[in-house]
Design a protein around this ligand. Structure first.
Ligand SMILES: Nc1ncnc2c1ncn2[C@@H]1O[C@H](COP(=O)(O)OP(=O)(O)OP(=O)(O)O)[C@@H](O)[C@H]1O
Ligand SMILES: [Mg+2]
Length: 286
């Protein structure tokens, strides 16, 4: 068990309580948990520089298929950089440079024959602040399939199914032609998730998707993420320890550009192997 010291903040102690509650009575070993899973992506010795500033140092970890992997760590430790490396979003930053490999299936995403547009279709991303297109709700979903050449008569069904998967359909079905900006923040974020689903990704990256949302909207997104893992592989950056404990199966703790510990979420919160991990999750720094 993670020890409960007197300086643990309330939210952190709730996170530890949740994690401990999540630990069921089964006595499956850590190795068995890892072996049971199919690897969707494999990060191998990934380093990242912005100019001369190295912000990730030799990160290696698997990303398991149909699981939620949480990335946690103090501000500036490289979480978003890591996430954006997974679908080469950092290619858009001119001073950005990486070394190491990122495998999607058996293919290195850095290979010269990888089509980055197709890669980002396979690995979608949802950002911290909801960013719907300022256009009708339905067009937000239709846009991706349309530009990827889906026939127009198939698009209404895609719009409906993506909005249903994002648990938004019932709230917007009578206002599909309204501007997406008229939705609440939580609805906008679910619309952005529906938009990501519209091009049938295999992996969905979430960068602090709830940080601008109230607790009610946050709970809806967390429920949704838990459902999404049935069909997709999910990686989520979060500052919220309770959220990591609630939604993720695996957790990677980053500090100062290093991967300090990757493990099942239960182990990270119950009995982390590294002292630094325990210090972080129990609120002693960061
Ligand atoms: N486009 C960029 N150009 C130069 N430096 C950058 C760029 N983006 C991030 N950095 C630097 O890289 C380091 C890691 O940043 P990153 O955004 O990945 O951290 P983070 O862990 O996501 O932080 P936070 O929790 O605050 O979102 C920081 O020092 C940051 O200033
Ligand atoms: Mg970040």
């Amino acid at each position: 068990m993670v020890s409960k010291t007197s300086d643990i903040s309330e939210s952190t102690s709730i996170a530890i309580k949740i994690a401990n509650e999540l630990i069921n009575s089964s006595e499956i070993t850590q190795d068995e948990i890892f072996e049971e899973n199919e690897v969707k992506m494999e990060v191998v010795n990934l380093s990242h520089w912005y100019g001369d500033n190295q912000v990730l140092s030799g990160i290696s970890m698997p990303i398991f298929k149909n699981k939620v992997t949480a990335i946690i760590g103090p501000s500036g430790c490289g979480k978003s950089t890591f996430l954006r490396d997974l679908n080469r979003m950092n290619d858009l930053v001119s001073i950005s440079r990486t070394s190491g490999d990122i495998l999607l299936g058996n293919k290195n995403i850095h290979d010269s024959d990888v089509d980055v547009v197709q890669l980002r279709k396979r690995i979608g991303m949802v950002f911290q602040k909801p960013n719907p297109f300022p256009m009708p709700i339905e067009n937000n979903i239709a846009y991706g399939p349309y530009i990827h050449g889906v026939k127009s008569d198939r698009i209404p069904a895609i719009v409906k199914s993506c909005l249903q998967k994002a648990v938004l359909w019932d709230e917007v079905k009578d206002r599909l032609k309204d501007n997406a900006l008229s939705l609440s923040g939580g609805q906008q974020q679910r619309l952005c998730i529906a938009r990501t689903l519209s091009v049938q990704p295999e992996v969905i990256l979430f960068d602090e998707p709830c940080s601008s949302l109230d607790p009610h909207a946050t709970a809806k997104i967390e429920d949704l993420i838990t459902k999404l893992k049935q069909d997709y592989t999910v990686v989520i950056v979060t500052h919220n320890m309770q959220q990591a404990a609630r939604v993720s199966d695996y957790t990677a703790f980053f500090n100062l550009g290093d991967l300090v510990e990757f493990n099942s979420t239960k182990t990270i919160f119950r009995s982390p192997e590294q002292k630094k991990t325990e210090e972080y999750i129990s609120g002693r720094f960061g």
